[in-house]
Design a protein around this ligand. Structure first.
Ligand SMILES: [Zn+2]
Length: 494
């Protein structure tokens, strides 16, 4: 019997706040144990929690960006369980209603078609502390610095069908939340981690199989490996006629396999009850409207907009990929640059320079207004391609004004026809043998004359116009003979 995997994810993202969810302790990572704690986050009797307003805004913003319904009022509950690193004896979380419900994120399915992974909900909760097991001394220690750190938990519907889809979803979600500033998203510090629910069912069946829950994966690679391992493990259990148990699993990344942590045979009862110490979390319509305005454009809309402004698809994609590039590009256009020119200067010269120097585009000394003026000099033909290239490094490094630099260095391109015509005549007159060859039909000689003319102009002639004028001069009948032009003939002898 062919089986298909059914996968749902629960993602914990640490909200990007300076202080904890219900007290003023810093959320900073790596402080000495038990230094960022107070009576609230260590669960002292009588200490009262106070809601962190920024955490609430960030949670609502995540919901808006993911197309969820943001509830005007959501409630905190106590989720009761005992664990040594949970000083209150309960986690403060949200059961009903959570801050956000519904929504989703589109990915490419395994067959390449677009697929919406629906969200069930997003709720807020506080993190637990950490147990540190000191095996040498045979003791366990508890660090409560992390206790009370604000999290959102994003719960998907079981819409995912493979490890690849899960990883794509997570990368996309991670990118979106980091771009929004909802989380810093540092995986190695556990700021973005994921539980995977996974079961197999006969292909096409509507009833779900018994699922395993793989806990706390904090790398995209491990998510992929853990899912692939679990699909084959459960598949093997079914094909040998066994029963898959409902259990909580740990992924051992060294051995590349999942291990059972505990059985979940009995449905757990956390005895949720309303947290009496906290009022409902409120997101007013005004706040929601403000948050909506702060949302960045979603990537699909941004791509369409860039294509609409005359960029090639590859240019648009490159600009969207590079962090800070879209903001810089938009600022250039606002400052008056033509979009295609701004894009090509950015991609060919400016972004490679930023990358080499390790600066983000908007932090560079070469601001969008200067870029717009450089684009103008290129568009008007004042500066040729080579000159732009020659100047660019100096401009980017020093934030030098491109117009002033062009004047000071006498670099402006010569496009004046009279001036160029004089040079074209001189170039032709100085090389009669080559002129004869051209007139005898060797068209390629034209580039020789363009080179001569460029030299006469000190590299400042506009190449296209120079070529045109040279062609006209060479087509003229030379002194001492009839004919001329590319069809040559006898007159080609000077
Ligand atoms: Zn505290």
């Amino acid at each position: 019997m062919e089986m298909e995997p059914v996968i749902g994810l629960e993602i914990h993202a640490q909200l990007n706040t300076r202080t904890k969810l219900f007290c003023a302790c810093p959320t900073e990572f790596g402080a000495p144990p038990n230094t960022n704690i107070c009576e609230v986050c260590t669960g002292q009797p009588g200490a009262l929690p106070r809601m962190n307003g920024r955490a609430l805004e960030l949670a609502a913003k995540a919901g808006l960006a993911l197309g969820s319904r943001v509830n005007e009022r959501s409630l905190f509950s106590r989720k009761n369980y005992f664990y040594p690193d949970l000083p209150n004896g309960f986690q403060t979380s949200q059961l009903d209603p959570p801050i956000c419900e519904g929504g989703g994120l589109e990915i490419a399915a395994d067959d390449g078609s677009p697929k919406l992974v629906r969200l069930n909900r997003i709720h807020m909760e506080d993190d637990a502390g950490k147990c540190i097991h000191d095996e040498a001394r045979g003791i366990s220690l508890i660090d409560l610095n992390r206790a009370g750190t604000p999290l959102i938990e994003i719960v998907t519907e079981p819409d995912i069908s493979s490890a690849r889809e899960a990883v794509e979803f997570l990368k996309k979600l991670h990118g979106l939340l980091v771009r929004l500033g909802v989380t810093r998203g540092r995986l190695e510090e556990g700021e973005f981690r994921c539980d995977v629910n996974i079961s197999l069912k006969p292909r096409g069946a509507s009833e779900l199989g018994v699922r395993g829950e793989i806990k706390n994966l904090n790398s995209f690679r491990f998510v992929g490996q853990a899912i692939d391992y679990e699909i084959s493990r459960q598949g093997a259990v079914y094909s040998s006629g066994g029963k898959v148990l409902q259990e909580t699993l740990h992924f051992d990344s060294v051995r590349g396999e999942t291990r059972s942590l505990r059985s979940k045979e009995e449905a757990h009862d956390y005895r949720y009850f309303p947290q009496p110490d906290l009022p409902p979390a409120e997101v007013s319509p005004d706040l929601l409207a403000r948050l909506r305005q702060e949302l960045p454009e979603n990537p699909e809309d941004a791509l369409a907009r860039l294509l609409g402004s005359g960029l090639k698809e590859e240019q648009a994609r490159l600009i969207l990929e590079r962090r800070g590039a879209l903001d810089y590009f938009d600022a250039c256009v606002v400052a008056g640059a033509a979009a295609p020119r701004a894009a090509s200067l950015m991609l060919e010269l400016f972004l490679p320079f930023c990358q080499k120097e390790g600066v983000s585009p908007l932090e560079s000394a070469f601001g969008p207004d200067l870029m717009a003026r450089l684009a103008g000099l290129a568009d008007s033909g004042t500066l040729g391609r080579r000159k732009v290239q020659e100047l660019s490094e100096r401009m980017f490094r020093e934030g030098a004004d491109p117009e002033k630099l062009t004047r000071d260095l006498g670099l402006s391109q010569i496009s004046d026809e009279g001036e160029l015509m004089g040079m074209a005549r001189r170039a032709v007159a100085e090389s009669p043998a080559e002129a004869a060859k051209y007139r005898a039909g060797q068209d390629k000689i034209l580039s020789f004359f363009v080179g001569r003319l460029m030299k006469l102009s000190g590299g400042r002639a506009e190449p296209r116009k120079a070529g045109e004028l040279l062609r006209a001069v060479l087509a003229e009948i030379p002194d001492g003979g009839p004919g001329g032009g590319a069809d040559g003939g006898e007159g080609a002898r000077p």
